[in-house]
Design a binder for this molecule. Structure first.
Ligand code: SF4
Ligand code: SF4
Length: 351
């Protein structure tokens, strides 16, 4: 594919305003998703000139998801300035945060922004259990009361809030309590889930496990039931599919690694603006990242098989998969197939 044509299709951008990775973050998450490729880059803050270049290269950009450096609490003022630039050009912005210094971060982040252009802010709450939170985030500086005060502040400004839990085996059942808490206290009806993955943790001794395939299917089905009952909007990676679901998947899947697409991820490096269509792939094969001014991007021709499914799962799970390939798993309900992490359930019962 010609990348120039590809960039014209991009409507949604995920922006890391710099390249500090875990080292420069306000948290120290044990399963940090920015702990591989990104930490090998020269550290850089990013600047507003780069934001202008991005808008120039992406003429059809509509939404910019601003992740900070990588959490918005790291370089909140710059995220606020970047958001101003996007909004000036009619582009909507959204943010994501671990909740570190939540209220202070929200006040700085939203300063002088028109709330009508802020599509949402996302809080990555993985558990309500203090000890588990400390373990997962590698910090005892996160305070649930502070996060809730920030959410109340967002609601005063009419800024939509979504909750974004990442589920590992250790917190795999915590989603019920999380939903109940935020639904009951704040009437939050928007939840997007991630399955904790290992692509950034390869060759590191990390005390975490991926959720097992049959358990993930149970979680998917339970969250769908809760979403229907409580009228929620959800986004939920499917990850493991049975044979019937695989047929449906093959007919409907669009893989970013092979086809590009409307969503692009960008890091602001010192002398470059580096892009990828699949952040998981970028962690394992940086050669599939590309610079925004380059003529062509590399795409994988992968015959429907995810190029990194083995690297995104934990070692035990791979060891117990068929042929130890991390692709097919035996379960009491038959074989389950590992698929692209972006093949998700999107349901909106709230509207
Ligand atoms: S908040 Fe994000 S970038 Fe920071 S340590 Fe946690 S996972 Fe990594
Ligand atoms: S998760 Fe795998 S299949 Fe999906 S876009 Fe990335 S590399 Fe491709």
């Amino acid at each position: 594919m010609n990348k120039v044509t590809g960039l014209e299709k991009v409507t949604d951008l995920t922006l890391y305003t710099g390249t500090f990775g875990k080292k420069g973050c306000t948290c120290n998450c044990i399963g940090c998703t920015q702990n591989g490729y990104i930490t090998k880059r020269k550290q850089n803050q990013g600047n507003l000139e780069q934001i202008k270049i991005i808008m120039d290269k992406l003429p059809n950009l509509k939404n910019a998801y601003i992740l900070g450096n990588p959490d918005v609490s790291v370089d909140t003022k710059f995220c606020n300035q970047a958001a101003k630039e996007f909004i000036k050009n009619g582009i909507n912005v959204m943010f994501s945060t671990s909740g570190y210094k939540a209220l202070e971060t929200a006040k700085t982040l939203f300063k002088d922004l028109d709330p009508a252009y802020i599509s949402y802010i996302s809080y990555s709450v993985d558990t309500l259990d203090k000890e588990k939170m400390r373990y997962l985030k590698g910090s005892n500086k996160l305070n649930m009361q502070d996060i809730e005060d920030a959410i109340a502040y967002c609601q005063e400004l009419n800024i939509p809030v979504k909750i974004q839990p990442t589920l590992w085996e250790i917190n795999q059942d915590d989603y019920k309590e999380i939903i109940d808490n935020f639904y009951n206290k704040f009437n939050i009806r928007w939840y997007t889930f991630h399955a904790g993955s290992f692509e950034a943790l390869r060759n590191k001794n990390v005390g975490l496990n991926h959720v097992k395939p049959s358990k993930w299917k149970e979680i998917v089905s339970n969250i769908q039931k809760i979403a229907e009952e409580k009228k929620l909007k959800i986004l939920l990676p499917r990850i493991f599919l049975n044979k019937e679901e695989m047929i449906e998947c093959k007919n409907n899947i669009h893989t970013y690694c092979a086809n590009g697409g409307s969503g692009l991820q960008i890091w602001l490096e010192k002398d470059n603006i580096r892009c990828t269509y699949c952040p998981l792939l970028a962690e394992v094969h940086p050669e599939f990242t590309f610079l925004i001014q380059e003529k062509m991007a590399n795409f994988i021709s992968q015959n429907g098989v995810c190029a990194i499914q083995k690297e995104a799962l934990d070692n035990d799970l791979i060891y117990n998969s068929n042929k130890k390939e991390g692709r097919i798993f035996s379960s009491s309900k038959g074989e389950l197939y590992n698929v692209c992490r972006f093949y998700s359930i999107r349901e909106d019962f709230k509207s």
